[in-house]
Every structure is written in C-alpha cells, then in structure tokens.
Write a protein that binds this ligand. Structure first.
Ligand code: COA
Length: 161
C-alpha cells in the first residue's frame, strides 16, 4: 500500500525548516503532497500563485512530491486527495498547544484522518516564516534560513534587490 501524507501550511514563504520536514517525510512516506493554504485572513506577503511557485522551485530536485493549493477545510482537501494522514512540524513547546488543538479539531471533523508530527532538526527549530519576513523587510540577510529562490524573491518583495 502506498503511504501518502499531506503536509499543509501557509508557506509564506517556505523555509529551510519546512524543507527539513519534507526531506524527513520522504524517508517515511512514499508520496508527499505539500498543500498550500490560501490563508487570506493571515494577509500573506506572497499570493497563493507565488507561494506555489516558490515551493515548486524549492523542491524540484526531490521525487515523489506534489505541490497543490487549497482553499477549503484541510480535511476536505485530504479526502479529495484520498489521503488520511496529515503531517505537521513541531518546533518546540510554543507550537505544541496550537498543533494539539488543530489535530484534535481535524479529528472531530474527520475521524479517519490522523495527524503525525515531526520535530525539525535542532538547527532549524528557530526558523519561522514571520521572523524571516521581518528580517527581509529590515534588509537583513535571510540566506541561512530559506532556499535560494525564496531569498531572491524576499529581496525583490522587500525592496532589497
Ligand atoms: N495572522 C497573520 N499571520 C499569522 C497568523 C495570524 N492570525 N497566525 C499565524 N500566522 C502566520 C505566521 O507567520 C506563521 O508562520 P511562522 O510560525 O512560521 O512564523 C504562519 O502564519 C503559519 O501559521 P500556522 O497557523 O502555525 O500554520 P500554517 O498557516 O502553516 O498552517 C493550516 C495552518 C493551513 C494547516 C490551517 O490553518 C488549516 O488547516 N487551514 C485550512 C482551513 C481549515 O481546515 N481550518 C480548520 C482547521 S481545524
């Protein structure tokens, strides 16, 4: 049986922390679908098409990955994809409570869908999309935190090109 996992998020933008989770997921699952939530209420820096393109370019060297946008409930998207496993990263205790709530709520919405968690490797646990955007907006160097294509996009978007 092919083990398929959905890795959802806003990915505004994708970071090396997300890439670490994706690489680790590829050692555990046959297929990974990166599901990019529209998340308009979070007022993302990059629109959904830009985020899809940034993720596609960042993972184009890896096999068995599909990148898709969604604008529905996550569990509905998972059902459409015929997938019953959701993957989330937990960077530390700050993430834990929110992730617990999300996983339990998703379980209430669809009882056959399981959430699994991966801890990013320690050198990635401090990386967050919001901090990366803040550093870029203040003309700081984000090359240690994001893939090369994202670094270039952040420079253009934050007027630092
Ligand atoms: N306003 C603006 N930005 C916000 C925010 C807010 N209220 N809350 C979080 N963010 C930003 C932060 O930059 C954060 O990134 P960072 O922690 O790396 O800095 C980023 O959004 C991620 O937020 P988070 O909510 O932790 O996760 P996510 O956006 O990556 O993923 C989804 C959450 C997409 C999985 C979840 O919202 C989802 O499933 N949405 C689909 C709709 C759905 O099913 N909802 C019901 C869930 S029970």
């Amino acid at each position: 049986m092919t083990q398929h996992v959905i890795y959802p998020g806003t990915f505004d933008p994708i970071t090396l922390g997300h890439i670490n989770i994706i690489k680790r997921a590829l050692t555990l699952f046959d297929k990974v679908t990166i599901a990019i939530a529209n998340s308009t209420s979070k007022r993302p820096m990059f629109d959904i098409d830009q985020r899809v393109e940034l993720v596609q370019r960042a993972v184009h060297d890896y096999k068995n990955i599909t990148v898709k946008a969604f604008d529905s409930l996550l569990v509905e998207f998972a059902k459409q994809q015929k997938c019953n496993i959701i993957l989330r990263g937990i960077r530390g205790v700050d993430d834990l409570e929110y992730e617990k709530q999300l996983a339990l709520m998703n379980k209430k919405l669809a009882k056959n869908i399981e959430t699994v968690f991966i801890l990013p490797d320690i050198e990635f646990q401090h990386i967050s999309s919001s901090l990366v955007k803040d550093i870029a907006l203040h003309q700081g160097d984000v090359s240690k935190f994001v893939p090369k294509n994202v670094c270039a996009a952040l420079k253009i978007t934050s007027g630092n090109a």
